[in-house]
Design a protein around this ligand. Structure first.
Ligand code: UT7
Length: 320
C-alpha cells in the first residue's frame, strides 16, 4: 500500500503585530471584549508589499530546510488560499516561480478557512494514487486585504500568515484519514460577495461579511460531529488523540470541540491568541509551532480540523 506522511513543516508570520489596544483606537471595541469573546490578543498584518505567494514561499523554504530537501525534490504544489494575489496565475504558480521549480504542477484551491485541510486531502490522494511522490502543501492568507477595517464585528478577528507541510510517500500510514464536507445552503452566513464573474461589480467598500453568532453555532455543531465520526471510523475516541490541532477562529469554539472529545486543553494547540484567525494558514501555522517547540513528537496521533465560509469543513487524522 502507498500512503503519505508529514516530513517537515514551516511557517511565516509578517513582522507587523496589531494589538487589541491599537484596535481600540480604530473601532469601538475593547481588549476585554476581544479577549473574552475570541481569545485573541494580537494578530500579524502583512505589509502592503507582502504577497500571499511571498508568504507561502517563506513558509515553504523553512519546511524544505527542516527536511533537508531542495525545492527541486518537490513534484507537486497545492495551496489553500482565499486571498489569492491575482485571479491567475494562481498563487501556487506564482510561488512556484519564486521557488525556482518550473515545470511541476502547481494549483491553489479555495475552501475559505478549510483551505489547508482540503489541500492536504488532495495532496494525500495524489500520493496514494501514485501521481506524486513529494508534495508541498501550503495555507497562505492575507486576510487583512479583505476585511473592512471599520467593521468591528469582523476586523478584530483576522490575521495574515502562511504555513507549509511537505508530504512524502511511505509504506506505513502517516495521514490515516481525511474527510471533507461542504454545504452551500449556508453561503450567506460568511462570504466575500463580489467576484470576477459575478453580476456585482467589485466596489472599494466590498469586504468580508459574517453573521458571527450563527457561524459559531453551526461551526460547533458540524465540527463536533465531524471529529467524533472521524475517530469512530478508526475505533478511536478522544483518549487516543495526543494533540488536537484545530482551525483557530475562536478559543470558545476550540474549547467546545475539545470538550466534545473529553480532551483536556493541555492537549490542544492554541494559537488564536497570537495569530487571530488566519483562515487557510491557521492549521499549518499551529502545527508547525507545536512541532518546533517540541510539544508534538514523532509517533503522536494528531487530529486536524477546520471550518469556513461555504460552509466548508473537514478533518485529518495523522500519525506524525
Ligand atoms: O473561520 C471561519 C469560521 N468563523 C468562525 O468560526 C467565527 C464564528 N463566530 C464567532 O467567533 C463569534 O460569533 C464572534 C467572535 C464573531 C462574535 O462573538 P459573539 O459572542 O457571537 O457576539 P455577537 O456577534 O452575538 O455580538 C454580541 C455583541 C453585539 O452587541 P449587542 O447587539 O449585544 O449590543 C455586538 O454588536 O457584541 C457586539 N460586538 C462587539 N463589541 C465590541 C461585536 N463585535 C464587537 C467588538 N467589540 N469587536
Amino acid at each position: 500500500m502507498r500512503y503519505s506522511r508529514i516530513v517537515a513543516t514551516g511557517h511565516y508570520l509578517p513582522e507587523r503585530v496589531l494589538t487589541n489596544d491599537e484596535l481600540e483606537r480604530m473601532v469601538e471595541t475593547s481588549d476585554a471584549w476581544i479577549r473574552a469573546r475570541t481569545g485573541i490578543r494580537q494578530r500579524h498584518i502583512a505589509a502592503p508589499t507582502e504577497s500571499v505567494a511571498g508568504m507561502g514561499e517563506r513558509a515553504s523554504r523553512m519546511a524544505l530546510e527542516t527536511a533537508g530537501l531542495a525545492a527541486e525534490d518537490i513534484d507537486l504544489i497545492v495551496m489553500g488560499t482565499t486571498t489569492p494575489d491575482q485571479v491567475f496565475p494562481n498563487s501556487a504558480v506564482i510561488m512556484q516561480e519564486r521557488l525556482g521549480v518550473a515545470g511541476i504542477p502547481a494549483f491553489s484551491l479555495e475552501a475559505a478557512c478549510s483551505g489547508f485541510i482540503y489541500a492536504l486531502a488532495v495532496a494525500d490522494n495524489f500520493i496514494r494514487a501514485g501521481s506524486a511522490g513529494r508534495v508541498l502543501v501550503v495555507g497562505a492568507e492575507k486576510m487583512s486585504s479583505i476585511v473592512d477595517w471599520n467593521d468591528r464585528s469582523t476586523c478584530v478577528l483576522f490575521g495574515d500568515g502562511a504555513g507549509a507541510v511537505i508530504l512524502e510517500h511511505t509504506q506505513t500510514p502517516g495521514i490515516l484519514d481525511t474527510r471533507l464536507h461542504a454545504d452551500g445552503r449556508y453561503k450567506d452566513l460568511l462570504q466575500f460577495p463580489s467576484g470576477i464573474a459575478s453580476s456585482k461589480a467589485r466596489i472599494a467598500e466590498d469586504a468580508l461579511q459574517m453573521k458571527g453568532s450563527e457561524v459559531f453555532r453551526v461551526a460547533v455543531a458540524k465540527l463536533g460531529e465531524e471529529i467524533v465520526e472521524t475517530l469512530a471510523r478508526h475505533d478511536l475516541d478522544g483518549n487516543a488523540v495526543d494533540w488536537l490541532v484545530p482551525h483557530q477562529a475562536n478559543a470558545r469554539i476550540i474549547s467546545a470541540i475539545a470538550r466534545r472529545l473529553d480532551l483536556p486543553m493541555e492537549r490542544v494547540v492554541l494559537t488564536v491568541g497570537e495569530h487571530g484567525n488566519t483562515s487557510s494558514a491557521s492549521v499549518p501555522l499551529a502545527l508547525d509551532l507545536a512541532i518546533r517547540d517540541g510539544r508534538i513528537q514523532r509517533g503522536d496521533l494528531l487530529l486536524l480540523e477546520a471550518f469556513g465560509g461555504g460552509f466548508t469543513w473537514g478533518s485529518a487524522l495523522v500519525r506524525y
